[in-house]
Ligand binder design. Structure first.
Ligand SMILES: [Zn+2]
Length: 330
């Protein structure tokens, strides 16, 4: 690691092969902390949003630890699927906060045909994340862990359910690229016409728990975000610059439990004006309560419910997200 003291008095450090800071007075770039609600000492299970107003870009950066560990601990996935689901949870947190489905839900699904992974699902609602994957046990994993090797022919589906407005938006693209991060970049580039950088990383710690992190940065179109209102400037040259800086983030920076997300942003964009939003705390959450399941079952006609009952007259319902089984008298 290199370490150098900036003229603003802070230390910058970065890994070999990483970005180069041209150190100059910090007055040319300031870190504005907007709001302090929810500030925590923990660096994990935390997301922050940011904008680079003079470059016309916005982003999110996230790190998960207990959340991703709890999701994965509920299953006994092979390591290939565990890594994939860790990436999917990080991506879902980034998109969930970025696209803000009001009080609704964002669901990310990757569906495969002909590979060992049949389905990967993660969703986000008000800071709660959950996810699971299903495997085709007749198919073996290849040595490579590209999306093609894992899914065969695959699709990425992103669904936004807006509870208030009862509206649903769904985007579907073919799973492109080699990684989930590349697939997400292609999704936004092609279907949303939004140039986007996505980085995802996950690592299993010695104690079996996981740390996963990620970042998304997008070029804002003037029309979309109201350039005048946000004072958003920035053309293609600005975006190329932001993309180059964002692209230098290293996997071990995203997953370093000791590196605060604010410090990571500072490392990346330290010459820029970065506006940081109040942190969002994330947790693992599932909606599989007895009341919820009873409510769902009560919508089936009596005759259909009768076919679901076992010999003891109970209906068994599994939650695939948490691997829990519920037995109900309905
Ligand atoms: Zn559940």
């Amino acid at each position: 690691m290199h370490k150098r003291r900036c003229c603003c008095g802070r230390w910058a450090s970065w890994a070999d092969g990483g970005r180069v800071f041209r150190l100059r007075p910090i007055a040319t770039g300031s870190l504005f902390l907007l709001g302090s609600a929810g500030v925590t000492q923990r660096n994990g299970d935390r997301l922050i949003g940011f904008t680079l107003p003079q470059r016309g870009a916005r982003g999110r950066v996230v790190r998960l630890d207990q959340t991703v560990s709890a999701v994965l601990a509920a299953h006994a996935y092979p390591p290939q699927i565990a890594r994939l689901l860790a990436d999917a949870l990080v991506l879902t947190a980034l998109l969930g906060d970025l696209l803000r489905p009001e009080d609704g839900q964002l669901t990310l699904q990757a569906k495969g045909e002909g590979g060992p992974v049949k389905l990967l699902v993660a969703d986000y609602k008000a800071g709660a994340l959950r996810g699971y994957a299903s495997q085709d046990l007749d198919r073996r994993f290849a040595a490579a862990e590209t999306l093609k090797a894992l899914f065969g022919k695959g699709y990425l589906v992103i669904t936004l359910d807006q509870t208030e407005a009862s509206e649903r938006y769904q985007g579907i693209v073919e799973l492109g690229g080699e990684t989930l991060a590349e697939a997400a970049e292609i999704y936004f580039g092609n279907s949303e016409q939004l140039p986007t950088v996505v980085r995802l990383a996950g690592v299993q710690q010695a104690d079996g728990g996981w740390t996963a992190g990620g970042m998304i940065v997008q070029h804002l179109s003037r029309s979309e975000l109201g350039a005048a209102r946000l004072h958003v400037e920035g053309g293609d040259a600005d975006w190329e610059y932001v993309r180059a800086l964002a692209g230098t983030v290293q996997a071990d920076e995203l997953t370093d439990p000791a590196l605060a997300l604010e410090d990571l942003l500072w490392r990346l964009f330290h010459e820029e004006e970065v506006r940081v939003l109040a942190p969002v705390l994330l947790s693992r959450g599932c909606r599989c309560s007895l009341d919820h399941i009873r409510g769902v079952l009560s919508q089936f006609p009596d005759a259909e419910r009768a076919t679901m009952r076992n010999d003891a007259g109970l209906i068994s319902v599994d939650c695939e997200f948490c691997s829990k089984q519920f037995l109900l008298e309905v």
